[in-house]
Design a protein around this ligand. Structure first.
Ligand code: AGP
Length: 608
């Protein structure tokens, strides 16, 4: 998720673009760049730097300080680490066209091969640079930037918000979108193109929302929207009602709620390019390791550790490889038994968690191959791993991890399927079936989020509880642990997750009249369904107030039942965790806590 801005109008474009980038920096902050036009035919001025926006600002000169149009980009890297070369804008070989991009171009490798055959030289590892050269070739043919953009978009697969400028048409900015946001800010004698309204809300609250596969051409007094065939279409106008802060959160009250609602898109982006049309699983990260493994050890902390616990079930069941999951903070201080046939997988959203980083180093010293699942390009854990599987969740601003967790679990399912494909431990038909289940997840999460209001209302009824227990079995057990962790870190409330089978070995003593117990139920067809129903009876008999999370296959005579869509049993915890996130979020709001920055916590624990 990157920050994108284009400005054309009567004010100095340099300051307009930089001001907007400051407001967009929360969307991605591992590098930033700007391109400005001069007078017709004058070279574009381009500056781009890795690191924070301030690095870019210190690199800017007064060149084109009088420029009246330009584009700017803050990057959340997906392809190619956060370096100056990989920062956007990307420039055509002749220097005449600059492009910035948010999203993932799935077919960039084949486009790059075609462009190299045409003689283009590439200077970055990004998917976006292919678009810059493609666009420049089309522009040199048609001399019409919007027409060139339409032709290029027809060649692209994946998701994109694109903005482009050319030195030949200094006042014009052209944009296009597919599965990635692009809004037009309508000013007086000036216009804006941006990934979200926070970029221009200080200047105008009148905007246009662009539809799928639409191309927009703006200059100070013109806004022209077409489809990919060049037919003029009308974009949906709207008045922005948010203030600037709310705009950064996309209108949500907190970043955490925004990120919970971003989960369908985060899962889709993480799955992009992972399955071929004939249901082959693609995992170049594992392929690069030439593995001959007989054991997998997953190391992580906190919520990422819970992802590992969930992933274990699918990896073992699908690929028949033994999996252990261990807290990184424990592993790093013991003398474990590892061999060259052990694959160590570290999981970390930030890629900077000290315990996980040190555990990864410890594993490497002991001779294991290391793969990390990271959400942050160029982070320490990513850099030090033998291979990295990036979860494309986009920046996760709230301390409480939500979309990162679901994409970590999805990444582990892809890895499990890839290993099963290699080991031939699943048939092609079985793999194809699971792929279809994975691809259906975003819509199922969306379905849950559409019914979130009754859940939020029900949660407020528990705001004065002193403790909440969570019960689950199989993949529901780590989900119970995650539900308890979320409640602890957000509501500052005692909470504990148990394996259902452990209830009678002690925890049931905690149950008294009114104790809230959240039970995560498998599909009714599961071998553990009856066991979980018995657990519910046992705690109800002792006065517990049970909240069940279940799909429609299990009839329940409970006051509180949160229904989730049905899916493969091994994928179900991905769906069950969403109501748990909402429960914890709502409890924090009801208790007046700081949702995005809970007390005593940090987004990345870079200390021991
Ligand atoms: C999760 O909500 C917490 N913020 C915390 O447990 C987090 O998952 C843990 O610190 C690991 O962080 P990482 O994924 O960045 O390594």
């Amino acid at each position: 998720m990157c920050g994108i801005i284009g400005y054309t109008g009567a004010s100095p474009a340099l300051s307009m673009v930089i001001d907007s980038l400051r407001k967009l920096e929360y969307r991605g902050y591992d590098s930033a760049g700007i391109a400005l036009t001069g007078k017709a035919g004058e070279k574009l001025i381009v500056a781009k730097r890795a690191g924070k926006l301030s690095n870019l600002e210190s690199a800017l000169t007064s060149d084109h300080a009088d420029s009246l149009s330009g584009i700017g980009h803050t990057r959340w890297a997906t392809h190619g680490g956060p370096t100056d070369e990989n920062a956007h804008p990307h420039i055509s070989s002749d220097g005449k066209v600059a492009v910035i991009h948010n999203g993932i171009i799935e077919n960039y490798i084949e486009l790059k091969a075609e462009l190299e055959k045409r003689g283009h030289k590439f200077s970055s590892q990004t998917d976006t640079e292919s678009v810059a050269h493609l666009l420049s070739d089309e522009f040199n043919l048609s001399k019409d930037l919007a027409d060139a953009m339409r032709k290029v978009c027809k060649r692209l697969r994946g998701s994109f918000t694109l903005l482009a400028i050319s030195s030949d048409s200094p006042e014009v900015i052209v944009g296009a979108r597919r599965n990635s946001p692009l809004v037009v800010g309508l000013g007086r004698g000036e216009n804006f193109l941006a990934s979200d309204v926070s970029a221009f809300i200080a200047h105008t609250k009148s905007a246009l929302e662009l539809g799928q596969d639409q191309v927009v051409q703006v200059s100070p007094d013109v806004v022209l929207v077409t489809d990919l065939d060049g037919k003029q279409v009308s974009a949906k106008p709207f008045e922005i009602t948010w203030d600037a802060k709310a705009a950064e959160r996309g209108g949500y009250t907190h970043f955490m709620l925004k990120e919970i609602f971003e989960q369908p898109k985060a899962i889709s982006e993480t799955l992009l390019g992972r399955f071929s049309n004939d249901s082959k699983v693609i995992c170049s990260e594992l392929a690069s390791l030439n593995l001959d493994i007989d054991r997998i050890l997953i190391l992580a902390c906190g919520t990422a550790y819970h992802a590992g616990l969930i992933g274990k079930y699918a990896i073992e069941q699908w690929s028949k490889i033994a999996v252990d999951v261990e807290l990184a903070s424990e592993f790093r201080y013991r003398k474990p038994f590892l061999t060259a046939k052990t694959l160590v997988i570290t999981i970390s959203q930030s890629g900077e968690t000290m315990d996980t980083l040190m555990a990864a180093r410890h594993a490497k010293e002991l001779g294991a191959a290391t793969l990390s699942i990271c959400n942050t390009m160029g982070s320490s854990i990513a850099r030090e791993s033998d291979a990295v599987f990036y979860s494309h969740a986009g920046p996760e601003i709230a301390v409480a991890s939500t979309k990162a967790l679901l994409t970590q679990i999805v990444a582990l399912k892809v890895i499990a399927l890839y290993l099963a494909q290699n080991n031939k431990s699943l048939s092609s038909a079985q793999i194809a079936k699971i792929i279809a289940e994975l691809l259906a997840l975003p819509n199922k999460v969306e379905e849950i989020l559409e019914t979130v209001e009754p859940l939020r209302a029900m949660t407020r009824g528990f705001k004065d509880a002193t403790s909440v227990l969570f019960l689950g079995r199989n993949v529901g057990y780590p989900a119970a642990l995650e539900g308890a962790l979320k409640l602890k870190e957000l509501a500052y409330m005692h909470a504990e997750g148990f394996a259902g089978g452990e209830l009678k070995h002690g925890p049931i003593a905690l149950i008294e009249e009114g104790t809230p117990v959240i039970a995560i139920l498998p599909p009714a067809s599961s071998a553990i369904s009856e066991k979980m129903l018995s657990n519910i009876q046992e705690v109800r008999a002792r006065g517990a107030n049970v909240i069940a999370i279940a799909d429609a296959s299990t009839p329940l005579d409970l006051k509180h039942v949160i229904r989730i869509p049905s899916c493969d049993e091994l994928l179900q915890s991905i769906l069950a965790i969403v109501p748990l996130q909402v429960f914890a979020y709502e409890m924090a709001v009801a208790r007046g806590n700081d949702v995005d920055q809970p007390r005593n916590l940090a987004k990345s624990v870079t200390v021991e």
